[in-house]
Design a binder for this molecule. Structure first.
Ligand code: ZN
Ligand code: ZN
Ligand code: ZN
Length: 256
């Protein structure tokens, strides 16, 4: 079945432009150089599955005209991937059931702590996001599609990417363990973290992600979690034809 993937945000944790920065990319007039925090939306069979709720979720949802959310998957509990959870509220009120959130046990625990009021049965003020946490303990079936968690290394931590149909989304990686490559065969689309050129303890560089692309051999690769070191057009001009920087609002069709 055909699916659409929309890049809601392609930026690193601080976003681009970065507050108080005078660099050329932060002052670029190219809209591709405006990068909100990293997240994607996958639409198929009349359903919408979101990966991560960034602090920019409200702006992203308004920009893309999102009117429906059927599930949220979390890659990990860092602030740039979870802090927009409250902004799913308007999408959660007129549904028969609560929006299911899927997270590893460690991230579910963190979500319960960070958003204690949402999960507090005695909360007195109302207006809460109507969401329900479910634990990721293996592949998930969401509306007839299998979402396979892919273990990736993010600095000292292990977090999740996801494989779904012929696409995989691996944000916030410094490395991919050898075992996980077996889950990445036959891909049309591969999303990878590529923060910048300069090495970083918890994120991949353009050069490292190009090596991963060489090994995985997807038909198309897109970089995300990009900081202000990489001007969109000039960076794309240096990349192989099947590799591009993603950008906010980018839409891709693929087989799910
Ligand atoms: Zn991140
Ligand atoms: Zn800058
Ligand atoms: Zn992270």
């Amino acid at each position: 079945m055909r699916a659409t993937l929309t890049v809601l945000g392609s930026g690193t944790s601080m976003g681009v432009p970065t507050i108080g920065c005078d660099c050329a990319v932060c002052h670029s007039s190219d809209p591709h150089d405006r990068r909100t925090r990293p997240s994607i939306l996958i639409e198929y069979a009349g359903k919408s599955v979101l990966i991560d709720t960034t602090p920019d979720f409200r702006e992203q949802a308004l920009r893309e005209g999102i009117r429906q959310l059927d599930a949220v998957l979390y890659t990990h509990g860092h602030a740039d991937h979870i802090l927009g959870l409250d902004d799913v509220r308007p999408l959660s009120f007129h549904r028969a059931e609560k929006i299911p959130l899927y997270a590893r046990p460690v991230d579910a625990e963190l979500l319960r702590r960070m958003f204690r009021y949402i999960f507090d049965a005695n909360y007195k003020f109302g207006g809460l996001a109507q969401v329900k946490l479910h634990l990721i303990n293996g592949p998930l079936d969401l509306f007839g599609v299998r979402f396979v968690p892919v273990r990736v290394i993010h600095g000292d931590a292990e977090i999740l990417g996801f494989r779904f149909g012929e696409a995989a989304y691996l944000t916030d990686i410094s490395e991919i363990p050898d075992d996980s490559y077996a889950q990445l065969t036959g891909l049309d689309i591969l999303f990878l973290d590529a923060l910048r050129h300069k090495p970083h303890p918890t994120h991949s560089t353009v050069e490292n992600s190009l090596r991963i692309v060489e090994r995985v051999k997807p038909k198309r690769a897109f970089f995300t979690h990009i900081c202000h070191d990489l001007p969109h057009e000039a960076t794309n001009a240096t990349l192989p034809a099947n590799v591009r920087l993603s950008y906010d609002g980018m839409k891709l069709e693929f087989e799910i």
